[in-house]
Write a protein that binds this ligand. Structure first.
Ligand SMILES: [Fe+2]
Ligand SMILES: [Fe+2]
Length: 308
């Protein structure tokens, strides 16, 4: 025997079931979701991972990640001593697998067409010695790394010089004179590139006016990803098409900005101090460009902070 009130409630329930079909199953789903969320919170707390339970770092074998430190355009002897010191401090702690130097390590003012005032008059031997010392300092700070050196247009000044002095050819081995042999650098001739897992390192042969414009030119000319020095600017250009994702980088410089006065009579060149850390995992790569501010220079990477 069902009362009138019972009939009324039964009618309401049927009506709600009509409006919200499956409503009675919702309760069954809430429990496992709650258990899952609780498990995520518990495991995250236990592993001190505040953000992700399935952190990819936990899945990737960290030993198969290769780290490259990329520097360029020191223009010895006109590199900025404090900035080089800061970069070497960072390099020692980073302990990269490869040190990639994109060239213009040696300015070679003795065979330059630029300003020849008395304070800039050097000999080729002095120029090479300054390059030797700079390469040695970089190699000693990255002693565990494989060293790759790409010749730039400033080192290539010597090849141009030799072209007019054939009698001197084979007399001077530049690899030896600037320390590449003594410190185990693999050298890449000017104009060639070093490719690693589809990422193309080169010195660069052109410099457009604004940061990123030269990177854009390289990317749209070749449709590959990579990095150049030479422009002394820090920039980036990305592009995507059916073939995939591409990015090209300009890696700034590490020279003293006073050099711009010698070259262009510009006291404040549109240059940037920059280095890059490139990480590879299989055929994947990830570029971390690190710009170093001109005033109060510092490097911050991961949880570490480096200053002069
Ligand atoms: Fe340069
Ligand atoms: Fe250059």
């Amino acid at each position: 025997m069902v009362s009138m009130r019972g009939h009324h409630l039964q009618a309401i329930e049927e009506q709600e079931r009509c409006c919200y079909p499956g409503r009675e199953y919702v309760g069954y789903a809430v429990l496992p979701i709650a258990i899952y969320q609780f498990a995520v919170l518990l495991i995250s707390a236990l592993t001190k991972n505040e953000h992700l339970l399935f952190n990819r770092e936990d899945i990737i074998d960290k030993n198969s990640i290769e780290t490259h430190l990329v520097i360029n355009d020191l223009h010895a002897p006109y590199f900025h001593e404090e900035i080089l010191g800061l970069v070497l401090k960072f390099a020692k702690e980073l302990a990269p697998d490869k040190l990639i130097n994109l060239g213009d390590q040696v300015d070679c003012p003795s065979i330059s067409k630029f300003d020849k005032r008395a304070e800039r008059v050097t000999t080729i031997a002095q120029d090479f010695k300054s390059g030797y010392i700079a390469n040695a300092r970089v190699a000693e700070a990255t002693s565990k790394a494989e060293h790759i050196f790409l010749y730039g247009n400033h080192e290539d000044r010597f090849n141009s010089y030799l072209a007019g002095h054939h009698a001197m050819e084979e007399l001077v081995d530049m690899d030896e004179k600037i320390g590449l042999k003594d410190y185990g650098y693999r050298s890449i001739p000017y104009g060639d590139e070093f490719e690693y897992n589809g990422f193309h390192y080169m010195h660069g042969t052109s410099a457009r006016k604004f940061a990123g414009y030269t990177a854009k030119g390289e990317l749209y000319d070749h449709w590959v990803s990579g990095m150049i020095g030479h422009t002394h600017r820090s920039g980036k250009c990305c592009a995507t098409n059916k073939a995939g994702d591409f990015a090209f980088f300009e890696n700034g410089c590490l020279c003293d900005f006073k050099l711009a006065w010698e070259w262009f009579k510009k006291p404040f060149p549109n240059w940037q101090w920059c280095i890059s850390v490139v990480k590879f995992y299989d055929d994947r790569w990830n570029v971390h460009q690190i710009n170093i501010p001109r005033k109060n220079p510092f490097i911050i990477y991961g949880k570490n902070y480096y200053t002069l």
